[in-house]
Design a protein around this ligand. Sequence first.
Ligand code: ADP
Length: 482
Amino acid sequence: MTEDIKKLKVLFATAEAAPFAKVGGLGDVAGALPGSLLRNFPNEIDIRIIMPFHAAVKAKNPPMKKIGDFSFSANTRLIECQLFISDIDGVPVYLIDNPEINHDSPVYHGDWQLDGLKYASFSLALLEALRYLNWNIDILHANDWHTALAVYALTTTYKDDPFFSGIKTVLSIHNLPYNGWGSQDAMSMLGFTASADADLPDWAKFTPLPMGISATDRIITVSPGYAREILTPEYGCGMEAYLQKHSDKVSGILNGIDESRWDPAEDETLSYNFSVENLSQRVNNKLDFQRALNFNVDETIPLLTVVTRLSEQKGVPAILEALPRLIDRQWQFALLGTGSPELETSVRQLARAHPERVAAFIKYDDVIARMLYASGDIFLMPSLYEPCGLSQMFAMRYGNLPVATATGGLADSIRDYSADPQTATGFLYSQKTTAGLIQAVNLALDVFQDKNAWRIMQTNAMTTDFSWATSARNYLDIYKSL
Ligand code: ADP
């Protein structure tokens, strides 16, 4: 009992959490960080997740119990909610449903009116759920624009509400450009008013993420590199002046990965499990994959791989331009991704033009993703910016060496061949252009020919500690400091 009183009570609010619902890295983080905190510091923290009850969660149908119904008023609307509880690896997960969240809907509609209503209402509902549960938390940890308005509401609508007094807030930024712009009508409908923070640029005063940034006690970016970058005009998305002025509340903590869910020695989706101790098994995955794709079955041909959202951010256009210009070299290429329709079409065209060496999987598929991580030799990640990036970490853990831009979390997680081949885990390059990518791929293709050098890098990559343990400690320290 006394121990419980001493424990920090943290609500981790998120749009996605793996394995219930995952669209990108946020889902990986939310599915792993709270569990790591709980396992590493069981006597110090009581952390629970809260997320919307999406269609994806319904489809997964995890064991869950209904806790009850509650309702609240937002402007002229009465919002009636249902609250459920489930768990991810021992972490309690509250799931909220209401007509705007709608458990038949996708995680993101891609329609600002619908997404605005979904997440603005979720942001209020998650606070009201605390009241309904009578759970007096110490810390609200919100993530990205989707839950930033919960932080904002604590300092406005709920400012004088005794139930919420004393709550400290942390806001993680996983991707600054996705700021919730377009939710303005939804926010008005639910009674949100613009921030009075004179330091915010005018456009930001009524935009969810900046409203949360202004209201929160601490801002955490998902890598130290990105924490520095967002203070500059190139990466600050118009918020750089604000963030510079308030840089004392900004810090960066590198994401980890869930090393038990991502373990090539145990991964049940792979035909051939492997580890650094039996690395020779690894290539069988590639040979099978080459066979399945009707490529030349030849381990000496380097297999380039990509698993990504198809977006400008991820440097997909540079890949599409670079590969035809590298056509005289020996390689094969396989991409898994969905996203912008134009990029989907261009990727399909490239595969049609070179069926003997290019394969495109235009879908979202966790099994194929794992196959690519495990079969590929070189993993391309030419991101224009990368707050953290997890794909490069999965790739390295599976012995697939990244070629990546030296930005944000990529530079923080990849050790560059050109700096020191003996400790390297991948290839970083600074010039974010097609020419820069071509040069880096050429270098990787050359090094691939040197079996010893490659083996050293693979071993370095696969034995790098990408676990959450260190980062979880850093999060706990920040919670405690509040
Ligand atoms: P972001 O969150 O910016 O999309 P990250 O690298 O942080 O990028 O995380 C992407 C996550 O989504 C990784 O777990 C990656 O394996 C996964 N992913 C991306 N696209 C697909 C896809 N088409 N199929 C399966 N998994 C995917």
